[in-house]
Design a protein around this ligand. Structure first.
Ligand code: 5GP
Ligand code: ZN
Length: 112
């Protein structure tokens, strides 16, 4: 996806503070953190959002969540953390490359 910011981050065309990379995922700190620790996990395969996912993406979605928990621990969020997937304009999504927010510590988002 030529105009996708996160695809550009994947290709190192835009710098990011990476915390994890393997053949399927990249995790990096959010440029505008909403909590003391706030990072994003993206699949290397471009998918616009959760609503575009099908059964083909099922294993990837599960692994992305498990990776979130693993990286949250690695980042020192031993007291717990929150995960968020914004989907579509109505869901507050701004970057249309599927991603999971993982954040912990004091946050500007009220508890639901
Ligand atoms: P969304 O609202 O789409 O769920 O969240 C997109 C997130 O990506 C936002 O929290 C925003 O701060 C973050 N973001 C947007 N552009 C960049 C960028 O170039 N680098 C990094 N590290 N984060 C970005
Ligand atoms: Zn992309």
């Amino acid at each position: 996806m030529l105009d996708c910011i996160f695809c550009k981050i994947l290709k190192n065309q835009i710098p990011s503070k990476k915390i994890f990379e393997d053949e399927d995922f990249l995790a990096f700190h959010d440029i505008h953190p909403i909590a003391r620790i706030h990072f994003l996990i993206i699949p290397k395969l471009h998918v616009d959002s959760l609503v575009q996912c099908t059964h083909v993406h099922q294993a990837m979605l599960g692994r992305m969540l498990l990776l979130g928990a693993e990286l949250a621990s690695q980042q020192g969020m031993n007291d717990g953390f929150r995960t968020m997937i914004n989907t579509g304009h109505g869901g507050g999504q701004e970057v249309f490359h599927l991603h999971v927010h993982v954040f912990g510590g004091e946050t500007v988002i009220p508890k639901l």
